[in-house]
Design a protein around this ligand. Structure first.
Ligand SMILES: [Zn+2]
Length: 98
């Protein structure tokens, strides 16, 4: 699999680190139900076939956080965007990850 980094161009998967689902947001640790929310956030994930928005880090390149839209059945990548330019749900995930 190859990922087209917006800064570096198409690069081998070996240069990137997968960081998880780009559509979930980390729960508020101050919430009274934080433990249950963190358990759900960490372990309770749907894994349907089709397109997923994933957070990737270009570790051996420009160090950019990317949101990659990928079909998990075929591994076909349909979109790569900088996390800072992605949808609000993805931005919240990257803010916590950086
Ligand atoms: Zn890059």
């Amino acid at each position: 699999m190859r990922i087209a980094c917006p800064h570096c161009g198409e690069r081998s998967l070996d240069e990137f680190l997968y960081s998880g689902d780009a559509t979930v947001t980390r729960p508020d640790f101050a919430s009274p139900t934080a433990m249950d929310e963190y358990v759900a956030y960490t372990f309770e994930r749907a894994n349907p076939p089709g397109l997923h928005r994933e957070l990737w880090y270009h570790a051996a390149g420009c160090h950019a956080w990317l949101v990659v839209t990928r079909n998990v059945s075929t591994h076909a990548i349909t979109k790569v965007e900088l996390a800072r330019d992605a949808a609000p749900a993805a931005k919240a995930s990257t803010k916590d990850a950086v």
